[in-house]
Every structure is written in C-alpha cells, then in structure tokens.
Ligand binder design. Structure first.
Ligand code: ATP
Ligand code: MG
Length: 581
C-alpha cells in the first residue's frame, strides 16, 4: 500500500475523549473513530489489525474441530423468553421492535439461537460432539462504556458453543479449548494468565477467564506466590485458616455506650483497638423472601457471589433499615451476633444466620449490642455467639494464606479479561429442548460449553501492553503492516523513488505486507507516523543512505542500522524474524 493513497487520518494531539493509552493511540493512529458512546468505526488500518486477530482465532478454533457459522445480530424475543433471559438479562440487552411491533433484541451472546439451531438439526449421538463458532458483532448496552474498544457497546466477539453426549466429553473438550486459547494468546504475543472464575450453579473448576496483565485493567487477579493457584477476585477462595477461639480467660460480655458510633472504624478508634476483633452483621433478602444475616470479621468484606453460592440463592438484595430493625431490634450500626439466630427466627421462621469461617477466630470480640447506642465487648465465638452455618464468604485479601498450597501468600495483579471458557451443562439444552437420542434410542439433553474471546478488546489490550511515548508497538502477528518503507525526499530525487519502489516491490513479492511512505512530507513527520502506527520494521531510503549505496533498517523497538542497498530486502526479512514481540 502506498501511504499517499491510504486512508490513515493520524492526529497530532491526544484527543480529549480518550481515557486510556490504547484509546488515545488507536484514535491518533487513525485505526478507529468514535461514532457514538461505545460505538466505533474501524478504519482500514484498524480493520487490518482486527482481521489478524480474527485469523489467528479462526485457525485455532478450526484446529480443534470448530466449524464457523454466522448467526443473526437481530434475534427474536421468543427464543430469549424460552431461556428465561428476556426477563433476566437486564438493561444490557437492547430490545427493539419491528414495523409490526414484533420484539427483538440485539445479540449480546448467542446461546439461544445456536441451541435452537442444534436442537432442530441434530438428533443422534452419532453427530456429537459438535462445536460451532462465529466471529461477529455483539451489542451490550453497557452502563458505562469506556476505554474505547476495551468496553464498547458494539464490539466483535468470537463465541463458540460445543455440544456433547456426556459430562466426561464436555470436560475433555473444556481442556482442549483451554489449550487452544493459550495458543491464540501466545501467538498474539500477549502476557496473560488463565484464572478460575465463578461457575454459578455448575460448580467445579469449569469456568476460566483469560486475563491479559495490564495496570489499567478493571479486573483483579488473585494469585499465589508459592503455587499456580490463580482466580478472579469474585472467585478467589479463602482458606479456613486461623485459630479457633478458646473460652478460658475472657471475661463475660459487657455492654458499653457508643452513642453516634455506627461503624467498625468509629468503635475501633473509640476502643483504640484493631478491626479484626469485631464481628459485623449484614442483612439480606435471599430470593426476595428468606432473611439472611451474614457475620463477617470486622476487617473483612463480603463477597456476594460466595454468599449467593453458600445459600444456593438466585438473587440477593440488601435489607432496608426498617426490616433489619425488626430482626435484630436495633438500628443500623448496632446489630450483633449474640442471640441473633433465635431472635430473627421469632420474627421470620425462615431466617438464617450464616457466618464466614474467620469469625470463629474472634476471641475477646466486639460487636453491636442489638440495642440503640450500645456495643458489646468480650464476645467469644462458641460461648456468646454462633451461626446456623459457616462458609467461605469474604473477599480474599493480599497477604492471605493460599487456599490451595497453604504455604504461599495471595497477591493481586490487574488484568483485562480477553476470554472466558465455561462449561454450561444442560441449562440451555433443557430450556430450548436440545436433545439427542443415545444408542439405546433414549432422548437425553446435550451437555454444552460456551467459549468467548473479545476480538476487538484484544486489539486495545495489545496496545495497553505494548507502547512507548512515540506510539504503538504491535506484536508482529497483529501489526497492520509488517514493514514500512520510508522514502525521504522522494519528490526531489528520482533515484530515491526508484530504489524505495524496488525494495517495496521486492518485499511484497516475498509475501510481506508493506506500506510505502511515498508522501511529500518531511522526514520527521514520516518517522513520527511510522512510530505512532507501531509497524515492526522500518526500511529508510534517503539521499544520505544512497550516497553510500545503503539503506537503513530500524526495528520499532530498536536502533537504526545501515545495510547495503542490494541486500536491504533480504536483511529486512531476517531482521523481522528477530523482532521480539
Ligand atoms: P466483562 O466482565 O469485562 O464485562 P463479560 O464477563 O461480560 O466481560 P463474556 O460474556 O464472558 O464477558 O464475553 C466474552 C468476552 O467478550 C469477554 O471475555 C471480553 O473479552 C469480551 N467483552 C465482553 N464485554 C465486552 C465489551 N463491552 N466490550 C468489548 N469486549 C467485551
Ligand atoms: Mg460484561
């Protein structure tokens, strides 16, 4: 491609709308433009990068027997009602009406459509397993679209779905697809980690997120410094470590006045003591009807996903103050675990008190007194308070002992989720009647898995991971062009044009993607643009290099080096092979 003919509208300055490095550089380099909040146009250079990512994803999906399909973006309400998600999905699902008032949604994912397709067309165990995937537009009306391509409303996703005759085969394939994902991210030159993620009702380790490590990431990755345990924060387990309390030498509970002191912080300050001596009480409704009192140590925070899982609840909602007062007899800030289970059950027989394991370590504890303006001290677990059941309920913290190896400590890293693999089980096959006949002729629901990759998000992620003050540094496999031939003073000297064209043609003939900067621009402008665009290798030809019968090669992340003109094309190819990214 000749730069003089190319549509590459670069910007000199940082656009005000851009809030991360990738957003800024992709706009400045003329890769994308914004049309509306979270909705972008892909310009020629951006599309070339996107197609590179798609190509690698496609190859690796095909390598594990995936077959590509293309499903509609506009999907009928009926299918989404059948799965129950028309009601459950919430506002991220953009719903629209056609001229006959029939309702549709824009696909945020495609379980309903693909499961129906398979239900209608696959009958026998002989056709399983089957993996179908697509690469295409998704729409999610995100509450806060931001960071350009990282969290768009319209974006490109690869979504794959597999159908199996039994659990064992679905689990075998789960490992296979994880392996394929590693190949994709390795080939894209990304630094990433696969971490355990929330599985919902399925349980087991059958949901992993692939996180690219980046300081700007919105997700927290929890990992062990001593073993290979890694999970997202929502999923990260906390061991049952810590000493069990003993009842021997702590005096009996004693109430003390704390008017106006509501929070653990306030009371801890007042007592000049640590937050880990406190027991906090949190009040929830599980599935809108069952009152739940949750006990946590004062220095810990609740992980709602864990509470939901422990209660096998679909939905959790914080209780209003008036309802909460009825259960414990005190206003917000003064509830405590003493006698709480019995008291709550008197008000509502279904009430349950659930404690995080760590509250068992509280010796000589402090809590609200279930009485306005009073707290209680010298509380002992087992002697003065208990719970109906215990579970791992809290958010993991940096420095916690590893729940797996017990030796290492947990540490946090920031990441960007670029992929998600998930064993779905029979949730959609039952709802949408995707059954097959087994060898005995018996109908059984197919076991499913679904596997996503954020194709457009990856483009931005690569830039988050690799850039410098001058611009993008693309990994070789993602670069829009591998080489830029920069001809300086091309309009002034015919020999420069001739030599630059000859190198350009030679490289193209060798199968490389080459951009020839033949514009009538100053050398400085050309070099700046080449850096901004992040093209791995530059070949420069100027009157100065030609004087010595040479050209100059410069890797995007390296120093310039002179080579004989006759060898320029060949050397460029070997130089490119040494490119680190
Ligand atoms: P997130 O937690 O970031 O919202 P998600 O859990 O909703 O992601 P999935 O439903 O698993 O995402 O979708 C599969 C992949 O699609 C994600 O791993 C991510 O890479 C990508 N993705 C999801 N939402 C967006 C978005 N709004 N913009 C760009 N890519 C997205
Ligand atoms: Mg999301």
């Amino acid at each position: 491609m000749r730069f003089s003919r190319a549509f590459i509208p670069t910007l000199r300055d940082d656009p005000a709308e851009a809030d991360t490095i990738s957003h800024k550089l992709l706009l400045r380099g003329g890769f994308i433009r914004r049309v509306a909040s979270g909705i972008y146009e892909w310009l020629p250079l951006g599309l070339r990068v996107l197609k590179k990512v798609e190509g690698i994803v496609r190859e690796e999906m095909n390598a594990i027997a995936g077959q590509e399909v293309l499903l509609p973006v506009v999907q009928p309400k009926e299918l989404w009602e059948q799965s129950g998600r028309w009601q459950k999905y919430g506002k991220e699902l953009l719903r629209i009406k056609d001229r006959k008032d029939a309702e549709f949604c824009l696909s945020p994912t495609a379980e309903e459509v693909i499961t129906t397709l398979v239900a209608r067309n696959v009958r026998s165990w002989r056709s399983l397993p089957l993996m179908l995937y697509q690469i295409g537009t998704k729409f999610r009306d995100e509450i806060r679209p931001r960071f350009g391509l990282l969290r768009g409303r319209e974006f490109i996703m690869k979504d794959a779905y597999s159908f199996h005759a039994d659990e064992a085969d679905a689990e075998r394939y789960y490992d296979e697809i994880k392996g394929a994902y590693c190949k994709v991210f390795d080939r894209l030159g990304l630094k990433y980690r696969a971490v355990e993620a929330e599985t919902g009702p399925i349980g087991g380790s059958f949901s992993h997120e692939f996180m690219v490590l980046a300081e700007t990431g919105e997700d927290l990755i929890v990992y062990c410094t001593g073993c290979d345990y890694a999970a997202n924060l929502e999923r990260a387990e906390c061991g049952e470590n810590g000493v069990q309390s003993s009842t021997s030498d702590v005096p009996g509970p004693e109430d003390f006045a704390t008017p106006g002191l509501y929070s653990v912080e306030d009371v801890a300050k007042f007592l000049k003591t640590e937050k880990n001596r406190f027991v906090k009480t949190l009040f929830y409704w599980a599935d809108a009807k069952k009152p739940v009192v949750c006990l946590l140590r004062g220095d810990h925070e609740l992980n709602e996903a864990k509470l939901r899982r422990a209660l096998k609840a679909g939905d959790l909602k914080r209780m209003e103050e008036a309802e909460y007062e009825k259960l414990c007899g005190a206003p917000v800030g003064f509830a405590g675990p003493q006698g709480l289970s019995a008291r709550a059950k008197k008000t509502n027989a279904e009430a349950v008190v659930i404690g995080d394991h760590a509250v068992k370590t509280v010796t000589d504890g402090v809590s609200g007194a279930n009485k306005k303006d009073f707290h209680t001290q010298h509380l002992q677990y087992g002697r003065d308070f208990d719970a109906d059941l215990f579970a791992d309920l809290r958010l993991a913290m940096e420095g916690d002992a590893c729940p797996r190896c017990g030796k290492g400590n947990l540490a946090f890293l920031r990441g960007i989720e670029v992929g998600h693999v998930f064993k779905l089980g029979t949730k959609y096959s039952v709802a949408l009647e995707a059954n097959y006949l087994d060898p005995q002729g018996k109908a059984k629901p197919m076991i499913m898995g679904c596997y996503g990759i954020g194709v457009s998000r990856i483009v931005a992620t690569a830039v988050e991971q690799s850039s410098d003050k001058d611009g993008i540094i693309w990994p070789r496999t993602m670069a829009p062009y591998q080489i830029i031939v920069t001809a300086i003073d091309i309009t002034k000297d015919e020999r420069i044009r001739k030599e630059a064209e000859s190198i350009y043609e030679g490289l193209k003939a060798a199968g490389l993607e080459v951009l020839l900067d033949d514009r009538d621009e100053q050398a400085g402008v050309k070099f700046k643009d080449a850096d901004l665009l992040g093209i791995p290798l530059g070949v420069r030809v100027s009157s100065r290099t030609l004087k010595d019968n040479q050209a100059e090669l410069k890797l995007r992340n390296g120093a310039p080096k002179r080579v004989p003109l006759a060898e320029a094309a060949a050397q460029a190819q070997s130089e490119l092979a040494n490119y680190r990214l």
